[in-house]
Design a protein around this ligand. Structure first.
Ligand code: NZQ
Ligand code: ZN
Length: 386
């Protein structure tokens, strides 16, 4: 096991009816900017619950943060934060709203010329305006981590950043919010969380027995609850386990002391930037090809995964590893998610070269757990996923 330091300061308030706790958790006298998305919270009752809970505070609203939070929209919110002297940000939404809020938290205290530099400098973010979240969509883990991903349509970029200042002060997780989520977004949440675990697990053995078991238990739980939550999002036992699994998949715990990959996400983000494909679906497109391409370096963990998660005990390590990849693809299909780029867009020719070029120009010359995947490898993996 590798050395590590781990601190996650986000307070989680989990369970039925917990949105009402907001008033106790927000600092007294805060001037709140309430940030949300395209309006789902207005029709499912979450907005009313939040407004009731914050009735004792001064609140300014900023609606309209789109899926894949857009830089130009967020810049309007930044103007409000500065001109109205906002002191606290409250995100009510899924990963997009929470990520947009994290960017704003950092941008509000950023002194350099353009806040876009937060995304390109590669420096960890060390200060931010305090913020919290009410999670409405289990998927990203953003409610309990310090990372965020911002899209810029103008330049077709989607970049990630983060830092110790960007953990939410608290996050409210009421699994009852899941009941209004469309099936497509539930499938996305399952696939995203599943891939978050794979990014921290599907590398090479590192004598991290407990981390492996943590990861495997999250995968097993997601597989177990998937049919129930897809059938009925109001199934509370399924919703609560789904929600907590998504948070645990990317709150830092399972990644401590182990090598991590994240190449699937880096390639996937480019597919969203180029084609607007939902984040989780881009991962389902890339992951099978990535694991096939890197079979030689990942086969031990792939075989362990095949055995422990899918009960595949026959065959050589290579055969079990291959079978594990097939099972992963089948799992995505069972969620109604397609795993080929050509199933999402007719304009895929040349994508591999475009992405490889972007990585080269950004100096991303070695991806994956061993920093050995060059842009030429990236091109091959993307091409395999056509
Ligand atoms: O905008 P509204 O109207 O609210 O509708 C949203 C949105 O259209 C809807 N929705 C959310 N909660 C709902 C609901 N509809 C009905 N009932 C509810 N309770 O769902 C749609 C998708 O929302 P979004 O927030 O975009 O989804 P998700 O949580 O999957 O977030 C995706 C974003 O997070 C980034 C992705 O790249 C993407 O930009 N990620 C962030 C990560 C992080 N911060 O750690 C890690 C991830 O790997 C990921 O990259
Ligand atoms: Zn993800």
């Amino acid at each position: 096991m590798n050395n590590f330091e781990f601190k996650n300061p986000t307070k989680i308030i989990f369970g039925k009816g917990t949105i009402a706790n907001l008033s106790k958790e927000i600092p007294a006298k805060a001037k709140i900017l309430l940030l949300y998305g395209g309006g789902s919270i207005k029709t499912n009752g979450i907005y009313d619950q939040v407004m009731k809970a914050v009735s004792g505070f001064e609140v300014v609203e900023f609606p309209g943060i789109p899926a894949n939070p857009e830089y130009s929209v967020l810049m309007k919110a930044l103007h409000i934060i500065k001109t109205q002297k906002i002191t606290f940000l409250l995100a009510v939404g899924g990963g997009s709203v929470i990520d947009g809020t994290k960017f704003l938290s950092a941008a509000a205290l950023y002194e350099e010329e353009t806040p876009w530099n937060l995304l390109t400098s590669g420096r960890p973010i060390l200060k931010g305006l305090p913020f919290a979240s009410v999670l409405t969509l289990p998927a990203t883990g953003s409610e309990m981590n310090s990372g965020f991903v911002i899209t810029r349509k103008e330049t077709k970029e989607k970049l990630a950043a983060g830092g110790p200042a960007l953990y939410p002060l608290f996050s409210i997780l009421d699994p009852q919010v899941v009941s209004s989520i469309p099936q497509k977004q539930i499938a996305n949440g399952l696939a995203d969380a599943y891939t978050h675990v794979l990014e921290q697990y599907m590398t090479y053995p590192a004598d991290a027995l407990l981390q492996d078991r943590f990861s495997e238990s999250i995968l097993q739980t997601l597989i177990e609850v998937a049919p129930a939550i897809l059938k009925d999002p109001a199934d509370y036992p399924a919703a609560s386990n789904f929600m907590w699994s998504c948070t645990m998949a990317l709150n830092g715990l399972i990644g401590q002391g182990v090598p991590q990959d994240w190449a699937v996400h880096m390639m996937g983000h480019e597919l969203t930037a180029l084609f607007g494909i939902d984040h989780a679906r881009t991962l389902a497109i890339i992951a099978p090809s990535h694991y096939r391409y890197n079979l030689a370096t990942k086969k031990e963990k792939l075989a362990q995964y095949a055995e422990r998660i899918w009960g595949i005990t026959n065959g050589t390590i290579e055969e079990k590893a291959q079978a594990g990849i097939e099972k992963t693809e089948e799992f995505f299909h069972s969620l109604g998610i397609k795993t080929r780029l050509s199933e999402y867009t007719p304009d895929y020719t040349g994508t591999a070269e475009i992405i490889a070029k972007k990585f080269t120009s950004r100096g991303w010359l070695g991806l994956g757990e061993s920093q050995k995947l060059a842009p030429a490898d990236v091109a091959k993996i993307v091409e395999m996923s056509y």
